[in-house]
Design a protein. Structure first.
Length: 322
């Protein structure tokens, strides 16, 4: 019988949302998951699965049963010919990436962090970094189209309240790994000093533009080149706890969005751009989603058919689906 824990507190990575599930389970097999679900059904409890807990909203929160997938983290099968890998849902990309590399494989979609699970990134549609590889990007930068064509993967960081943009081109290479990492610039200046100045700017908001320009000049103004394995290039150590929000806006639209910290624009696409901002999680309701996605009612109908008693709902999902 799978053992459950009481009194566990869950917080997402940014510590912006949390919950106290009634019971917390860490199953090690499909059979154990079945046991937890049977118990939940019997006791009329709701169930939420959590992976790396990196979602910047309360999407993974519940006051019912929480299933943490950390112990189901094996690679089950690798087919190098088909470039197909079967894994357990709870494997962290940080563990999967090196294992894929041993077989000469890599994920073509990589977000910025790797302490996230296979099921988490599939479930939340994690986006990537290029025209050929999926999602969408932006304006703010002149001649976006020509930038997009210059490399296979592309992203840029805009420093709000300034004209400064740091452009990142990424391509396949046979060059040996090289890195320009430096503790003083990356941590002492790029993290501790920047975080301190941003903290001061919460009292003196007028400083934000100055801080952004200063840090752009200090850390991003010069051309740098590095090469490494794809998962070491696309993902990076995200040092700042932050509120995160993704926006997709038409590519040729001027945003006029009031933001203060460097804003990542990953994954250029055809019609829209994606802006990764640092404010609150969304507060869209079913009505808003129906306007944005014409097939949303169909999706809701399928969801209701698969979960007729609402066992897999939580407060976040109720807001989205009802
Ligand atoms: C610093 C930072 C950087 C990020 N960068 C990017 C980026 O570049 N691109 C991008 O697209 N996203 C990015 N994200 C968002 C992140 O990739 C997604 O939120 C992703 O879902 C996190 O995966 P996770 O394993 O932590 O999922 P969780 O947050 O644990 O869960 C996400 C959802 O998946 C469900 N879920 C998890 N495991 C399972 C399972 N086994 N079965 C069923 N449902 C499951 C959960 O119930 C929840 O609804 C970033 C987040 C942070 C904090």
């Amino acid at each position: 019988m799978v053992h459950g824990y009481k009194g566990v507190t869950f917080q997402n990575w940014a510590k912006t949302y949390g919950c106290c599930p009634e019971m917390y389970y860490q199953p090690t097999s499909v059979e154990e998951i079945r046991e937890v679900l049977a118990l939940a059904r019997q006791q009329n409890k709701r169930v939420k699965v959590v992976g790396g807990g990196h979602s910047p909203s309360d999407i993974a929160c519940t006051d019912g049963f929480m299933i943490h997938m950390g112990k189901m983290n094996r690679v089950l099968q690798v087919d190098t010919e088909k470039k197909q890998v079967t894994v357990e849902a709870g494997i962290l990309l940080a563990d999967l990436n090196p294992q894929l590399d041993k077989h000469g494989l890599a994920l073509s979609n990589l977000g910025a962090v790797s302490d996230v699970t296979a099921a988490g990134v599939i479930g939340s549609g994690t986006h990537n970094t290029g025209l050929k590889h999926g999602i969408l990007s932006t304006q703010v930068l002149d001649n976006l189209d020509s930038h997009l064509k210059k490399s296979e993967y592309f992203r840029f960081l805009w420093f709000p309240h300034s004209e400064n943009v740091s452009v990142i081109y990424q391509d396949h290479t046979n060059k040996p790994p090289s890195s320009s990492a430096n503790w003083f610039w990356d941590y002492a200046v790029g993290f501790y000093l920047l975080e301190f100045l941003l903290w001061i700017s919460t009292f003196l908001p007028g400083l934000v533009g100055w801080i952004n320009c200063f840090f752009f000049w200090l850390l991003f103004a010069r051309k740098k080149e590095s090469s490494n394995l794809s998962y070491k290039i696309f993902t990076y150590e995200c040092r700042f706890k932050q509120h995160v929000q993704d926006w997709a806006i038409p590519r040729h639209m001027d945003t006029g969005v009031p933001v203060c910290s460097p804003t990542e624009m990953p994954a250029p696409g055809n019609e829209a751009c994606c802006i990764w901002l640092l404010p609150q999680a969304h507060n869209c309701t079913r009505k808003d989603f129906e306007k944005m996605y014409p097939a949303f009612p169909k999706f809701c109908a399928i969801r209701e058919k698969l979960d007729p008693t609402g066992m897999f709902l939580n407060a976040y999902l109720e807001k989205v689906f009802y």
